[in-house]
Design a protein around this ligand. Structure first.
Ligand code: GRF
Length: 215
């Protein structure tokens, strides 16, 4: 906590129930499930929502006995309505923190206002470098020697919210998108549960762009 932050600036979610949003493979969802199973993360996944009925990640949730629902964004007139429907489902399960895990939709006020400072995302680059899609390819094309993974709080600007945890990996001369993605993904799986544990377990503040753990 900075010298000027008051007790009301400290944010501790009211419970340890997570909602996880996916669109595809779900390996980060599986990393969260695994960390909870191994008691590295003291949390419970209340609900997994996918915007795609065929998302393979849904199977990870079902195998773990976690409730899943599909909300197809194409069934909603606007993004705001879609986001509000997601928020309503999460609220009805009493989720306190929302984890985007390969969720391929922009989220806006309909979700963010319902979960202020409580929506997290994992991104496969060292933000603010290479936001948006194909971050690993952007890194290779730029010729950076180091890339990595970022877990951040979600704000309306794409991949631009306060950074909670980052991890760096080397970019090797013979890397392909696949080899670099695999190296980064291993770090995503390590730091996402770590970041969720920080958010749930410790007092923290956000001041401007800076996320800080209270002493
Ligand atoms: C990950 O690389 C994540 O950083 C990005 O989308 C990918 C999702 O992978 N946002 P998975 O579905 O968690 O396996």
């Amino acid at each position: 906590m900075s010298a000027t932050a008051s007790a009301t600036d400290l944010r501790v979610p009211p419970n340890r129930r997570l909602g996880v949003l996916i669109s595809g493979r779900g390996s980060n969802l599986q990393a969260l499930i695994g960390a909870i199973d191994r008691r590295r993360l003291d949390a419970e996944i209340a609900l997994v929502i996918s915007n795609r009925a065929q998302a393979p990640g849904l199977e990870h949730a079902r195998k773990a006995g976690i409730e899943t629902i599909v909300l197809d964004h194409r069934q909603f007139g606007t993004r705001e309505e879609f986001d509000r429907a997601i928020a309503a489902q999460l609220k009805s399960r009493d989720a306190a923190v929302v984890c985007l895990a390969g969720f391929m939709r922009l989220v806006g006020a309909g979700l963010l206002d319902a979960f202020p400072h409580a929506v997290l995302n994992v991104h496969p680059s060292l933000l603010p470098a290479f936001p948006g899609v194909n971050a690993q390819q952007q890194a290779l094309e730029h010729g950076v020697k180091v890339s990595g993974a970022t877990v951040h709080l979600v704000t309306p600007e794409l991949d631009a919210g306060p950074i909670v945890v980052q991890a760096a990996v080397p970019v090797l001369a013979d890397d392909t998108v696949d080899s670099l993605s695999a190296r980064i993904l291993a770090e995503e799986h390590r730091i996402y549960p770590e970041a969720v544990a920080l958010i749930l377990g410790r007092r923290w503040t956000v001041s401007g762009r800076r996320f800080t753990i209270a002493p």
